[in-house]
Design a protein around this ligand. Structure first.
Ligand SMILES: C[S@@+](CC[C@H](N)C(=O)[O-])C[C@H]1O[C@@H](n2cnc3c(N)ncnc32)[C@H](O)[C@@H]1O
Length: 171
């Protein structure tokens, strides 16, 4: 699918790594302004996206940007911190986050436990960061070590568009 030049590099990398099917149940952590959410929804037909963020301002921006997808039932929003997310168990095929620092800045064990619960067996997790002041070679080992504690097939990704890690929920 063609992307407009307004799509930031980190979102492009996330879309590459997500490699979405049109019927997948997707969940975004930390949707911010809702740019990635819009791109994800454009790829879904029977699938759906739950866009979450702990910030009311972010949820308002995402809702405004994606009003049509919300009205069509392809997308819903939740204002919630990931640690408190109460989606049903195994209700998500793929979860992703872009530039959400909680995964490396401190021990994210409570949040990773939530992701393990809501992802279906074999469900995918995609964490992406844009290039900035942080050194990928410092962050990637932290990320992959943390993911390896509860996920399978943990892979570090390096790209001119950004960097990140993918993993799979153990079945
Ligand atoms: C740097 S912004 C990135 C926004 C968007 N993903 C992007 O790339 O443009 C990080 C976002 O994650 C949200 N966030 C941070 N910690 C969170 C948590 N524990 N649970 C849910 N959202 C969180 C923030 O409110 C913020 O909107």
């Amino acid at each position: 699918m063609a992307l407009t030049s307004a799509v930031p590099d980190r979102v492009r990398l996330a879309l590459d790594l997500l490699d979405l099917g049109c019927s997948e149940r997707v969940m975004e952590v930390g949707c911010g302004p809702g740019v990635a959410a819009a791109e994800v929804c454009a790829r879904l037909t029977t699938g759906s996206l739950v866009a979450t963020d702990r910030s009311a301002a972010a949820i308002a921006r995402t809702s405004r940007r994606n009003a049509a997808a919300i009205a069509a039932g392809r997308m819903s929003v939740r204002q919630v911190a990931l640690a408190d997310l109460d989606l049903p168990a195994a209700s998500v095929d793929v979860a992703f986050a872009i530039d959400v620092n909680l995964f490396w800045i401190r021990d994210p064990a409570p949040e990773l436990a939530v992701l393990r619960r809501v992802l279906r067996p074999d469900g995918r997790l995609v964490l992406v960061f844009g290039h900035g002041p942080q050194d990928p070679e410092r962050l990637l080992p932290i990320l992959t070590d943390r993911l390896a504690a509860g996920f399978a097939d943990v892979i570090a990704h390096r790209s001119p568009l950004g960097f990140g890690a993918t993993a799979r929920r153990v079945s």
